[in-house]
Design a protein around this ligand. Sequence first.
Ligand code: PMP
Length: 442
Amino acid sequence: MSHVFPRHTKALPPMAVGGEGCYLIDASGKRYFDGSGGAAVSCLGHGDPEIIAAIQEQVGKLAFAHTGFFTSEPAEGLADMLAANAPGDLDRVYLVSGGSEATEAAIKLARQYHVERGEPQRRHIIARKQSYHGNTLGALAAGGNEWRREQFAPLLVNFSHISACYEYVLRRADESAFEYGQRAAQELEDEILRLGEDSVIAFMAEPVVGATAGAVPAVEGYLKRIREICDTYGVLLILDEVMCGMGRTGYLFACDYDDVVPDILCIAKGLGAGYQPIGAMLCTKEIYETIENGSGFFQHGHTYIGHPVAAAAGRAVLTAILERGLPERVRVMGEKLDAALREEFGQHPNIGDIRGRGFFRGLELVADRETKEVLDPSLRTAARIKKAAFEAGLICYPMSGTRDGRNGDHVLLAPPFITTEAQIGEIVEKLSSAIGSVLETV
Ligand code: PMP
């Protein structure tokens, strides 16, 4: 009997005992292709000797020193590297232990910034219906996924939720992608005006929606218009790149593609690549100095912020991503993955959309391609695909996500950046047999 929880099944899942490159290995010796890097985490694959050496070296030198007393060389080094490579003037870095801590910190930093600049009446945060920002109460309130929120609703502060930019479902036939993006962004201005034009703290969004939708990028021009609206009303723009950042989309930061610089940027998963739990919140000098010149410090903190071993791992991962040219590789190989998915599933009667960027790709499952009607949720299609793929030796990330209010099934792929062309073939072949076996019975 195991006392480890949570588990989604009553039976004990396989025991993971090793990892080699793109594969995880269980106690029976079975190998699984890690086609989603867990949940877009293991971007360098498993067992990378350089990252392991950096962690070993740091743990031997200094495992922990509380940031109430000290800084550390790896924390400073990682922050310098992030600041040097981040878009625009995002050059202040707050190191945390994961994605929810990063988004939670962003929410509090945004509020404190406005309070310190003498605008305490700003008390609303706007986010989007189709989004996930983490499972702590603040981050959960920001997210729009009803399934995750439902039981905790009485504990959640009241965030506003506008529609996400979700071209496949929400673009009308009579508008171009660009026109649709402008219309979707207009919802933000309408909501700011409804709440009161000087009462909004921040707008929070994932540049490419991950867990709730399966790699949905915003259409061209959407984020630029969002940036303009935020600027007009003094609303901070928080971009959550916990899943889509760190090279995953073929750009070090997903917003580099859109040429938009947020005021606060959250990253996590790919920053530690699974070797250590780490996340970061980056903000502009302006935000930081407003607080530094006001009360003097950000009223927040956790015991493990700036953890030296996690920071050493983060620095080694970022170095590897940059020195090995991985964003460029992901851009090229991501196109090959997209082409392979289109070839295999492009005509499939139950696959309505194939989308994404780089090594962040999604398939949306539908009952009918014409009407885009979702599959009956009681069929639990996503969960069954996950199971069938796992049995076939492929880890992918199928979810029943929020489809702007309704539930829809999708499959998310986020393979390691080192995935080869032959391995793209392996992913597609295994996914195809899993989807085939599940949909046969639908
Ligand atoms: N934001 C986004 C966009 C995420 O995808 C996730 C995790 N799936 C989180 C925040 C929360 O990160 P964590 O699970 O590390 O707390």
